[in-house]
Design a protein around this ligand. Sequence first.
Ligand code: NAD
Length: 274
Amino acid sequence: MEKCVDDMQTSSAKRMIGKVAVITGGARGIGAATAKLFAENGAHVVIADVLDELGTNLANSIGARYIHCDVSKEEDVESAIKLAVTWKGKLDILFSNAGIGGPAGSITSLDMEQVKHLISINLLGNVHGIKHAARAMLTCHSKGSIVCTSSSAGIMGGLASHTYSLSKAAIIGLMRTAACELGEHGIRVNCISPHGVPSEMLMSGYRLFMGNEVRPEEVSKLVSEKGSLLRGKTPTAEDVAKAAMFLASDDAGFITAHNLVLDGGYTSGTTTMN
Ligand code: NAD
């Protein structure tokens, strides 16, 4: 029995051996945790981000490659995908995760330039990613897995700014439509929707909202007390990375067009009667 357990652990220990993955927004936060987890599990990872120093240092420390890539620019995303294909001859996975928060404020006074800027990154970045990843996957081997990062704010109102919610809801629609087209070619497309990970992005959102400095522990406390059905628990970037790896890996081979919500049940239920 012990041997059996050992064998099972060995066979599932490294689920990404030989997989070639591009991770946008991989220099820090959820993307960085996912880059580390993929690499630990045997994947060849290309980190694509605009934070060159952080991204290069992380890539060097995990045997990955780094490329400067502003996802709002289609040519940058195309170059990141091409780097993976040139490096290892194929692309198996795109984790399209880059994103920014804000702009805050009333819908009556939205600054349309800020709106367009956010949409160009949070939404068009995913369009660029899916387009070029699908092209590479179709050319290389007609299979693959694309995972986009949406958000609890794409499902439920009032969790973030209007424009952020709009971009994240749109990602879910984009993902489902892409999954409909690409499924027959063996390419799966899914989303993850995290909630409440005290990353730099969330912290800057809280700073704006509260008008003062906040610490990650304070945000975690708020999430665990008010933003989750799992009282006392807070999500980490590593929790989200595990979900991203599940969807990216062959373990999720029959899952497509799915939005995997990592919110401790928050957007699905309430503990109050009225
Ligand atoms: P983060 O700020 O730590 O990471 C975001 C990463 O995206 C950074 O490395 C940043 O440099 C990169 N990025 C920003 N603009 C870019 C651009 N134009 N091109 C390429 N890279 C760019 O925050 P995070 O929380 O790790 O965010 C990762 C993703 O998770 C985002 O899409 C975010 O919207 C989403 N998300 C986060 C939470 C949360 O609770 N933290 C919840 C829901 C969704």
